[in-house]
Design a protein around this ligand. Structure first.
Ligand SMILES: C[S@@+](CC[C@H](N)C(=O)[O-])C[C@H]1O[C@@H](n2cnc3c(N)ncnc32)[C@H](O)[C@@H]1O
Length: 481
C-alpha cells in the first residue's frame, strides 16, 4: 500500500507504538474491575479468553430476562440525518422539550425539505430559535381544530405554535420531557436535558469541538469544514474527534492534579505516562487499523483491493487534516497521527453498537389510540392531522439512531448461539446499552451476544461476520463447519 505522508507517524513513532501495544493482563483486569465497580454492577468480570482476546464471564447465576449490565457510553453520536427527526440530549440521548416540540420540529424540517422556497437558511435559523424557547401559553383546542393542513401558511403557523408552546396537544402533559438546555459555548448544534449533562459534555469533549460564540472564527470555520466532511462521508470521524478531544482534556485534568501534588515537577512540559492513562479507554479496546480490515465490498474486484484500501486511507487522512486545522495542539502531536486516527476509527467499526432510544411521540400516539371511542374521536380531531403529516411509517425514523462505543459491552464476544442480547426495555429511555440474559446462565460461563442475525445459515453468517473481520469460533460454527 502506498503510504500517505504523515509526518506525525514518523516523529512520534515510539510513543505511538507504546500507545497501541497491548496492555498487560494485570492492567486489563484492574481496569475492568474498576469500571464494573463504578457502574455498580456485580455478577460479571472481564478476563482473557485464549483464542478470542478478552471475554465477559459471569461471577453469579443469571436467570432468563435478568439484567446483566447497563453500560454507559464512552463516546456516542446521533447520526447527522437523525438530528432533524428528533431532538435529544447530546450527552445522555434522552428526548427533550415536549411532545409538541418533537412533532412540530420534525414536521417543520420535513416541510422545509419539501417546500420549494429557496430561502432555506433563514428558515433554518428561525426554527432553531423558536424550537428551543417554548413559552407554554395554552390556546383552546377549537383554534387548532380549525387548522387546514393543506394550506401552507396555516400549516406553518400550526407547526410554529407547536414549537413555541402556544399550541398544547391534549394529554401531552402525561408525557413530560426534560427542558431544553443550551450548549454553554453557545452553539446551535448541541442541546441537553440538564445543566449537569451540559457541563459534563463540555468538560469531557465538547469544549474543544464547539462552534459557538466561544470558538474563534478561524477555529469555527475549520470545525465546520471537518463536520461537513464527516457528515457527507462517514460520521465515525465525528466519534474519532470526540475520542481525541476526550484524551486531550482528560490528560490536562490529570496533569493539573499531578502538578498540584508535585509542584517541584512544574518544569516538566509533557508527561507521557499521564497521556497513556487518559488514553486507557482506547488502549483497552479491541481495535485494528480501519483501512486494513474492512472487508471488500461486493462491487469491488479483488484486483482492486489495494486501491480500495488506499482510498479509505486517503479519506481518513483528509478528515484528519481537517481536524488538525481545527483543534491541533503541538503537545499532543501523537494523537493527530494517521496511525492513531486509523486505529480509533477501527475501534468504532469493530465494536460499534447502534445507539437506539425509543420515541415518546410514538407512546403518545399509542396512548391516544387506546382512549375510549368518544374521547379518542374528540382528541383525534386535533392530533390526527399531525399524525397523518408524520406518515404511516413515522415510528421507523423518529427514534434516536446513532453510533456508540460502550467499554464493557465491547468486551462481549459473539456467538451464533448466544446467551444474552442487547435489548432496550420500556423503561430504558436513554443511550445506555442494556444487556439481558436470554436464558439461564450458570456462574463462570461466558456471556455472549450475537453481532448478526444468528438465524441465518452458516455461509451467510460467515459472510456477515467477515464484515467484523473474524471467522467465528463458536461451538455452533465449529460443528456446522
Ligand atoms: C467486540 S470485540 C469482543 C472482545 C474482544 N475479544 C477483545 O479482546 O476485546 C470483537 C472481536 O473479538 C473476537 N471475537 C468475538 N467473537 C468471536 C468469535 N465467536 N469467534 C472468533 N473471534 C471472536 C474477534 O476478533 C472480534 O473482532
Amino acid at each position: 500500500m502506498s503510504d500517505v505522508d504523515c509526518q506525525f507517524d514518523v516523529k512520534y513513532k515510539d510513543q505511538i507504538s507504546c500507545m497501541l501495544s497491548p496492555d498487560n493482563s494485570n492492567d486489563v483486569k484492574n481496569y475492568y474491575e474498576n469500571l464494573i465497580r463504578k457502574r455498580q454492577y456485580c455478577g460479571i468480570e472481564v478476563k482473557d479468553k485464549r483464542f478470542m482476546g478478552k471475554g465477559t464471564f459471569t461471577t453469579e447465576v443469571f436467570g432468563k430476562d435478568d439484567l446483566i449490565l447497563k453500560d454507559r457510553m464512552f463516546v456516542a453520536s446521533q447520526h447527522h440525518f437523525n438530528k432533524m427527526d428528533c431532538l435529544v440530549c447530546s450527552h445522555c440521548f434522552r428526548y427533550i422539550g415536549s411532545i409538541e416540540l418533537q412533532i412540530g420540529r420534525k414536521l417543520f424540517f420535513d416541510h422545509l425539505k419539501s417546500s420549494s422556497k429557496t430561502d432555506d437558511d433563514e428558515n433554518t435559523s428561525n426554527v432553531s430559535k423558536q424550537s428551543h424557547s417554548p413559552k407554554n401559553c395554552e390556546i383552546t383546542h377549537t383554534n387548532s381544530e380549525k387548522m387546514k393542513l393543506n394550506n401552507d401558511s396555516t400549516y406553518q403557523k400550526s407547526l410554529e405554535a407547536l414549537m413555541n408552546g402556544t399550541l398544547i396537544l391534549p394529554y401531552s402533559k402525561k408525557f413530560r420531557l426534560p427542558p431544553v438546555i443550551s450548549c454553554p459555548g453557545g452553539c446551535e448544534e448541541e442541546h441537553y436535558c440538564s445543566e449537569k449533562c451540559a457541563i459534563n459534555d463540555w468538560k469531557i469533549y465538547h469544549s474543544l469541538l464547539c462552534t459557538g460564540l466561544k470558538s474563534t472564527p478561524l477555529k469555527k470555520e475549520a470545525l465546520i469544514k471537518f463536520i461537513e466532511h464527516a457528515n457527507s462521508t462517514n460520521d465515525v470521524f465525528i466519534l474519532a474527534a470526540k475520542v481525541i478531544s476526550y484524551t486531550i482534556l482528560e490528560y490536562k485534568k490529570r496533569r493539573d492534579n499531578y502538578l498540584k501534588n508535585c509542584p517541584q515537577k512544574r518544569k516538566q512540559k509533557f508527561i507521557f505516562p499521564l497521556l497513556l492513562e487518559a488514553w486507557k479507554p482506547v488502549s483497552m479496546a479491541f481495535k485494528e487499523r480501519w483501512w486494513d480490515f474492512v472487508s471488500l465490498p461486493d462491487d469491488v474486484d479483488k484486483n482492486d483491493e489495494l486501491s480500495f484500501r488506499n482510498e479509505l486511507k486517503n479519506l481518513a487522512n483528509h478528515s484528519l487534516n481537517l481536524l488538525r486545522e481545527a483543534i491541533f495542539e503541538e503537545e499532543f502531536g501523537q494523537l493527530f497521527s494517521l496511525e492513531i486516527y486509523g486505529n480509533i476509527i477501527g475501534m468504532f467499526e469493530l465494536n460499534n453498537l447502534d445507539l437506539v432510544v425509543a420515541s415518546p411521540v410514538e407512546d403518545y400516539f399509542l396512548y391516544i389510540d387506546g382512549l375510549n371511542p368518544l374521547e379518542k374521536a374528540k382528541t383525534e380531531k386535533i392530533t390526527r392531522p399531525f399524525l397523518d403529516a408524520l406518515g404511516d411509517d413515522y415510528a421507523d425514523y423518529i427514534h434516536v439512531s446513532g453510533s456508540a462505543f460502550f467499554p464493557l459491552h465491547s468486551c462481549m464476544n459473539h456467538s451464533c448461539c448466544p446467551n444474552a442480547k442487547a435489548f432496550k426495555r420500556d423503561q430504558d429511555r436513554d443511550g445506555q446499552a442494556v444487556i439481558l440474559a436470554t436464558q439461564y446462565i450458570p456462574k463462570g460461563a461466558e456471556v455472549t451476544i450475537s453481532y448478526i442475525d444468528e438465524s441465518l445459515p452458516y455461509k451467510d453468517r460467515c459472510l456477515q461476520l467477515a464484515d467484523y473481520g473474524f471467522k467465528c469460533k463458536c461451538l455452533r460454527c465449529l460443528s456446522e463447519e
